[in-house]
Write a protein that binds this ligand. Structure first.
Ligand SMILES: [Zn+2]
Length: 267
């Protein structure tokens, strides 16, 4: 059923940060919903629209990072398609400020057609305005950057929040689906194992943050970075630094770490 109802098209924006590129999904046969138009690449978007003809009815966006939503404003203006999602919540330099939905989607909203129903699940963590889309008829959830295939997701405070991210991963376990359609990379089966792996991976990293502080004493984020991410390619350190900050803020919230000025220590 998934293959009939959901098609994946990869945008032409492969990079170290986007993997093979951002996925655009087309849901439906006679009544098509497009999820995540990706970057503003007019001819690619024109091709997608031509492929759907007048069956394309609406555009949904998982979140407003620049590799996911900028095509939405173009589709809205050029083809008068209604776009839905959540507006930019925190302008942190990563956001697509052209995104202007006709309606803001909230947790529990249903996008109903004769062919399928899309349930909106609010999943803050990677971005505060992040949404996942569950298509029950296909037993599939589109996860945007909440869950990617092939790499872990960057959690960049202040819009990104590690505590919220873990809660949003647990939240997905309340829903039934047997496939994940990620924002980057191919479909993923065995979703429960995938979710558990991500949660464990994050908690392992959190443990490592604590153990490195225990071993080496208090330090700044710059001091801790090469210790905590000694297994990671140094080219990824700018991103890892954001995730380290997110881990430390979670530990602070959990009363396991504290900072004075920019020096972090365990409590
Ligand atoms: Zn993102």
């Amino acid at each position: 059923m998934r293959d009939e109802l959901i098609k994946r098209i990869c945008a032409d924006n492969a990079s170290m940060f986007t993997g093979p590129g951002t996925n655009t999904y087309l849901i439906g046969i006679e009544d098509i919903t497009l999820v995540d138009p990706g970057p503003l690449q007019e001819s690619r978007l024109d091709n997608v629209v031509a492929q759907c003809g007048d069956k394309l009815k609406r555009v949904l966006v998982t979140h407003t990072h620049k590799d996911h939503s900028p095509g939405a404003a173009y589709l809205q203006q050029r083809y008068s398609l209604p776009v839905y999602g959540q507006k930019v919540k925190e302008d942190d330099g990563l956001q697509d400020k052209t995104f202007n939905p006709v309606k803001e989607l909230v947790h529990g909203d249903l996008v109903e057609t004769d062919e399928y129903v899309i349930e909106v699940i609010h999943t803050p963590g990677h971005a505060s305005n992040h949404l996942c889309f569950l298509i029950k008829e296909a037993n599939c959830i589109l996860t945007g950057d909440h869950i990617m295939n092939g790499s872990t997701v960057v959690i960049a405070p202040p819009d990104g929040d590690m505590s919220a991210y873990l809660e949003s991963l647990h939240l997905l376990k309340n829903y039934e689906f047997d496939t994940i359609g990620p924002g980057h990379g191919d479909f993923m089966d065995q979703p429960l194992q995938v979710i558990d792996w991500i949660v464990n991976h994050r908690l392992e990293r959190e443990k490592k943050v604590l153990s490195k502080m225990e071993l080496h004493g208090p330090g700044s984020i710059k001091d801790l970075l090469p210790l905590v991410y000694d297994d990671v390619d140094q080219r990824l350190f700018p991103l890892a630094q954001r995730s380290l900050e997110a881990h430390l803020l979670k530990l602070e919230k959990d009363h396991q770490a504290k900072r004075s000025e920019d020096i972090w220590h365990i409590t």
